[in-house]
Design a protein around this ligand. Sequence first.
Ligand SMILES: Cc1ncc(COP(=O)(O)O)c(C=O)c1O
Length: 374
Amino acid sequence: VNVPTELLGELPTPCLLVDEAAASRNIERCAATVRNGTARLRPHFKAHKCSRLLRKQVAAGECAGVTCQTSWEALALARAGFSDILIANEIVDRSALKEVAEAARMASVTIVVDAPVQVELAAGLDLGPESSLGVLIELDVGTGRCGLPVGSPELVPLARAIARARGLVFLGLQAYEGHAVLREDRELRRVLVWQAAQQAKFERERLEMAGFECRVISGGGTGTVDLAVETGVLTEIQAGSYVLMDARYAGLGLPFETALYCVTTLVSRRAPEAGVLNAGLKELTVEHGMPQSCTLGVSVIALSDEHACVRIDRQADLSVGDNVLLIPSHIDPTINLWDTLFVWTGDSMERWRVDGRRSFAVEEAYRFASEGSS
Ligand SMILES: Cc1ncc(COP(=O)(O)O)c(C=O)c1O
């Protein structure tokens, strides 16, 4: 990222920095990947939780709508004016269901289910006279998280329960191949994506034979966009990380560039080969490995609460007070730690709010509630 050194030095470190030009190139490349296929993008908000970034994705075209993972993200998106929102997740918590209903009164909202109880709860929501909720049945195509196993005798009865429920519209299937998206071997990814797609196709045919049309088959992630398009089975792809990327995804050789950095400062070099940066586990996460340093000869070896211990090559030209840019290893949980993104537009530094964070959405909800009662 080519931020002038003096501007970088003015940032309040640690902070997150976005290279807007790189993000725009990623958005365009992803749109181009789906342009001539049968699937559209439904970009996942959970990766960056920033509605300004999501708006750029939608503006680039090829989007069927947007995806999020939680009720408060859906509410934030509905309030921000997004008109077609998939919550790619099962919702049963009472307060979450109220947020879903509120979002559904403002936008077209679809939820995901894998059991009758979720259908009953959704059917009990007060959606107002005009609104309905779209529903996808989630299949477990290998991820081992939520979803009906393929071939389940419960599939057709569940579709029937949705079709009969007040205010619910059965739209199709969610078949997210989470077990494939991060596999480094591209051929293995291709096989896993193909298997997942065949399972989804089989279930679609079973539903169609029982009289339930599947207009939507939703799945896919950053590591599988082109491979999912290739299968011709998915109608929409829920990728999210591709906009800003992270160090783990960078290892897959995808056509997307790093656009997110954590700007840190070297606060100590207690030995020629040992330094400490002012960012730790409160700013970065390690479940996908250590963040990657962009400074030659510097590597992160451990994070504690507020510190990153780094190994420094003896000859590395680095002094206390210098900035070191790190590439976060896992974008979603990292972004979730921050309120603001510093966005380098190429000629100015802007601040964009991470408005999909739960704290903001809940704050807004309380503000709305107290405005309503006063
Ligand atoms: C339901 C769902 N869809 C899509 C994705 C894809 O995200 P990514 O772009 O990070 O691969 C995820 C990631 O965890 C997910 O949980």
